[in-house]
Design a protein around this ligand. Sequence first.
Ligand code: 4NP
Length: 154
Amino acid sequence: MARILFVCLGNICRSPTAEAVFAAKAAAAGLDVAVDSAGTGTWHVGHPPDRRATAAAARRGYRMDHIRARQVGAGDFRDFDHVFAMDRSNLRDLERLRPASGGAKLGLFLSLAPDVGEDDVPDPYYGEDGGFDRVLDLLEAAGDALVEQLRRAG
Ligand code: 4NP
C-alpha cells in the first residue's frame, strides 16, 4: 500500500484539498493507498479546512469536512512513502525538516503534471474565490498523474 502525504503552509486550503481529491481518484481507480495532509505552519492546527476550499471541493463532489489541520514533522518521512509539496517554499521547508537517513521521496506535486505549465499550486488564502477552483484544476491534473504512476508501479 502506497502512503502519500500532501503538504502546504496552513493545511487548511491546498493540501486538504489535495488529500480529498486524490483519495477520491485512488478509490475510483481501486488503488489501495493511505492518504493524509499536513502543514509546515502551526496557525491552524486542529482547525477544519477553510470554508471556501470545502465549498469549492463540494461543488465537484469531494468531501473534506472530516479533515483537521496538523503540522508536518520529521517522523512523517518515515511514516509515508511520498511527501508532495504544494509549492517551492513548502519544498524548501520540507528539505530542512527531512531526516538525513532517507525515508519518503520528496517532491513538488505539480512536477507529476508538466502539461499544466506551473510548478506551484498558488496559495488561495488571501485571494479571490476563483483561486479555489484553479487549485482544484491543478490538483485534479496532478492527482490523475499520480494514479497513473501508482498503477504502473503495480
Ligand atoms: P494553505 O493556505 O497553505 O493552502 O492551507 C494558507 C492558509 C493559511 C495561511 C496561509 C496559507 N495563513 O497564513 O494563515
